[in-house]
Design a binder for this molecule. Structure first.
Ligand code: MSP
Length: 644
């Protein structure tokens, strides 16, 4: 039986559509899973969605649908994206799946039975209108509720606590004496920030909302989302349920997460497993964030990079390559349109794509597509072959350490070496003399072999383009296996190539940057656009007016923009998936005055940034002396109706 290998992504919140950040973790895990399958492992690759909790409950309420209907729609978007980017997971778990919910109840019962759960009182900052508890650090800059920005009060409720403190010593050992957390410096961070100051027990039940798993022994309490979510890694294998019977994959080989959720995975999760007497996962690989031009990617800032848009324009493999190549192990990476286009051009079009097309074209041109079997070794061969032969072990090591960018660097350095070999051996000069036939065939064979090895190793990263490259260099199924990488020279001596499409077309930098800037809004000036004075504006025609697209919408949520006392940020249901508009009306309206109201807005106004917040349009309001009044619609007008 093949050795088992279990890898997981975080299960994502279906509270907003997936973006390139979620894509990174999932594609990274997919690449590792594919690589391990290539190596012959019996792989279980798990991903899913984390669907309970107050935030989801609130979002569903705002959208006017049930929480289940809400999460169904977004969970489907995640699956659609994974399919689109060729993420080949083995299992997709949703925390609303029945088998998971009942297993979580059993986990709570077990923790209670084993004495790791106790009832006590939870004291925190409570916002009455939102019915929510907040921690000190979650409050807004004014110490108010981060959701509605109203005052909070100290309140106490009955809750269950998990004895995290009981595991303090064991956790410290885990973090300091093993290489569980990767990179290692992240483990030090955890010890200094959480263990040294003293681990506190965790409040693991809530009574202020209902969208979650009920505690079986006290049904007014709902399971804390993190206990619910972390359990997915074992319930998806069949822990405490009959749906699956795959606990022999446990313990996980790799849990991959970003730094934002490291502490839950490095402290609470191992402690839960210790409490349940289960073995600990072997590695928690923690990566950084993909930022956008140096700032955090966020839907409200409007700089979220949509993977579907990039995939459509540049091809899915190109995007997979780019994000994996750019993320240094453990640290943040910066997404910028320029970096991406240049990366595609340099690495994929110039280096890899060119190597494949040049080599195949030369075999075609000089030998009609099939190499003769005669050989003659020469200068530079040994160096190229030695590098290609050492590549597999180096890549495998990096993959095992989840250093995907480093693995790509290794492969691309062999690609560059091969390009240099072409310059050194000058096949076009060899081709001039019939006496060099055997030497020319050897040079081209060495190039084809190098491409074969690189392309097999790159297949987990680029699962669509690399099989095409392999086909072009004439590599049949028997020479694309992992075992075939052991030997330089696996291609038949009289290999036949198949000229094919250009794998990675070269991009025109200016055109692409302009295109990307137009779809991924760059920061604009922080300034409210003032209406022009009528006299100055002059007379316009009906056609001029028709350029302004006015539509109706309902305000589904509204809050003050933190850094400003003038601006409100409104979420609009515009009948077309929603949009955010920032409006300078905070002096005259409170957020709650607007929620549920129907307004008119300019739908085709260029997006702008106001105090760091993206505004995708402008709501209509009139100046009434010192005051401003929003134009509200009477009656039941469908959202998104055209106003003329
Ligand atoms: N539901 C929890 C996880 C529970 S796991 C038991 C959660 N969900 S999340 O939707 O917020 O996803 C967080 C994860 O998404 C990060 O840990 C990371 O894997 C990925 N990323 C989200 N934004 C990201 C970037 N900007 N950059 C890189 N990864 C990012 O937390």
């Amino acid at each position: 039986m093949n050795k088992k290998f279990y890898i997981t992504t975080p299960i994502y919140y279906p509270s907003a559509a997936p973006h390139i950040g979620h894509l990174y973790t999932t594609v990274a895990c997919d690449t590792i899973a594919r690589f391990k399958r290539l190596q012959g492992y019996d792989v279980m690759f798990l991903t899913g969605t984390d669907e309970h909790g107050q935030k989801i409950e609130q979002k569903a309420k705002e959208a006017g649908v049930t929480p289940k209907a809400y999460v169904d729609e977004i969970a489907a978007k995640f699956r659609k994206l994974w399919k689109y980017v060729n993420v080949d997971y083995d299992r997709f778990i949703r925390t609303t799946d029945d088998y998971h919910e009942s297993a979580v109840q059993r986990i709570y019962e077990k923790l209670l039975e084993k004495g790791y759960l106790y009832k006590s009182e939870y004291t925190g900052k409570y916002c009455t209108p939102c019915e929510s508890f907040w921690t000190e650090s979650q409050l807004d800059d004014n110490g108010n509720c981060p959701e509605c920005h109203r005052e909070v009060r100290e309140a106490t409720e009955e809750a269950y606590f998990f004895k995290l403190s009981a595991f303090s010593e064991q956790l410290e050992k885990l973090l300091t004496e093993t290489d569980f957390v990767q990179p290692e410096w992240r483990a030090k961070e955890l010890v200094n920030n959480f263990i040294k100051p003293g681990l506190e027990d965790v409040c693991v039940s809530r009574t202020s909302f209902t969208w979650g798993v009920k505690l079986p022994f006290d049904e007014k309490h709902i399971a804390y989302v993190w206990i619910d979510a972390l359990s997915n890694y074992i319930t998806a294998l069949g822990y405490e349920n009959d749906r699956y019977d795959d606990m022999d994959y446990w313990a996980a080989d790799i849990h991959m997460v970003a730094k934002d959720i490291m502490r839950f995975h490095a402290l609470i999760w191992p402690a839960m497993l210790m409490a349940l007497d289960l073995p600990l996962p072997k590695m928690l690989s923690v990566h950084g964030y993909i930022n956008f031009n140096g700032t955090k990617m966020s839907k409200s800032i409007g700089n979220v990079v949509d993977p579907f848009v990039l995939g459509e324009r540049y091809g899915v493999d190109t995007i997979r390559y780019h994000i994996l190549r750019e993320m240094p192990f453990g640290s943040d990476s910066d997404y910028s349109n320029e970096i991406m286009i240049n990366r595609i051009n340099y690495d994929l079009a110039n280096d890899l794509g060119n190597l494949v097309s040049r080599t195949v074209a030369m075999v075609d041109k000089y030998f009609g597509g099939t190499l003769p079997a005669d050989r003659q070794e020469g200068d530079f061969d040994r160096e190229l072959i030695a590098q290609a032969e050492a590549l597999t072990a180096a890549v495998a090591k990096n993959i095992d350490e989840t250093k995907l960018s480093a693995a790509l660097t290794e492969i691309m350095s062999v690609v560059s070496r091969a390009n240099k070999y072409i310059d050194e051996t000058t096949p076009w000069i060899l081709a001039k003399d019939e006496a060099n036939r055997a030497r020319l065939a050897t040079v081209l064979y060495n190039l084809l072999e190098t491409v074969r090895i690189c392309a097999v190793l790159l297949t987990p990263f680029m699962p669509t383009a690399m099989p095409k490259a392999l086909e072009q260099v004439g590599a049949g199924a028997d020479v694309t296996t992992y075992a075939s990488l052991e030997k330089f020279g696996a291609l038949p001596a009289d290999v036949t190539v198949h000229k094919g499409e250009v794998l990675f077309p070269r991009l025109d930098v200016d055109t692409e940057i302009e295109y990307l800037n137009s779809i991924i809004a760059p920061a604009k000036e922080d300034k409210i656009v003032e209406d022009e004075d009528l006299d100055k504006a002059g007379i316009i025609t009906i056609d001029d007016f028709a350029k302004v697209k006015l539509r109706t919408a309902e305000v589904t949520a509204c809050e003050k923009v933190k850094k400003s006392n003038k601006l409100l940020k409104l979420q609009l249901d515009d009948g077309r998936g929603g949009r955010q508009v920032v409006s300078g009306i905070a002096k005259w309206y409170k957020p709650e005055d607007l929620v549920g109201k129907k307004i008119i807005f300019v739908a085709n106004l260029a997006p702008a940034k106001l105090c760091g917040e993206e505004s995708q349009g402008m709501i209509l309001a009139c100046d009434c002396g010192e005051e401003v009044r929003v134009v509200f619609m009477d009656g039941d007008v469908p959202n998104g109706s055209v106003v003329r």
